[in-house]
Design a protein around this ligand. Structure first.
Ligand code: SF4
Ligand code: SF4
Length: 117
């Protein structure tokens, strides 16, 4: 649960932010839109869907009330709740074991898999 209050103006659910969001532009799914993220955060729901956000801040620029649907404060709380993706776990394990996010690599080898959230 995202149960700690954060310094953020309340979202009025107008939807203006959706049209500038690069993730919503591609996926066209409300739950990954900035408005969808704002609603999840408002209801205290910590979900890996927050990691779909690129933190580009385009939504905050157009928001008429200055709400930050998916900023660093929200992201930090999702992380603090232990929400991870399989890709996160793989990347962290690779860094710990091999010193890079890709896994075992020979000298000069280009990774075949790019690990991201
Ligand atoms: S975050 Fe801002 S622009 Fe987006 S729906 Fe909420 S109030 Fe509207
Ligand atoms: S900060 Fe995240 S939610 Fe906002 S426009 Fe960028 S990708 Fe979309």
């Amino acid at each position: 649960m995202l149960n700690e209050p954060i310094d953020n103006a309340p979202c009025i659910e107008c939807g203006l932010c959706r049209e500038v969001c690069p993730i919503f532009t591609i996926l066209r799914r409300e739950h990954v839109s900035p408005r969808g993220l704002a609603i999840l955060a408002d209801r205290g729901i910590a979900s890996a869907v927050f990691y779909q956000c690129t933190l580009c801040r385009a939504c905050r620029v157009v928001c008429p009330v200055g709400h930050d649907p998916a900023g660093e404060q929200v992201r930090a709380r999702v992380v603090a709740q232990g929400v991870e993706t399989e890709a996160n776990r793989t990347m962290i394990a690779n860094i710990r074991q091999y010193g890079n996010p890709f896994g075992p690599l020979k000298e000069g080898e280009i990774p075949k898999t790019l690990t991201c959230c």
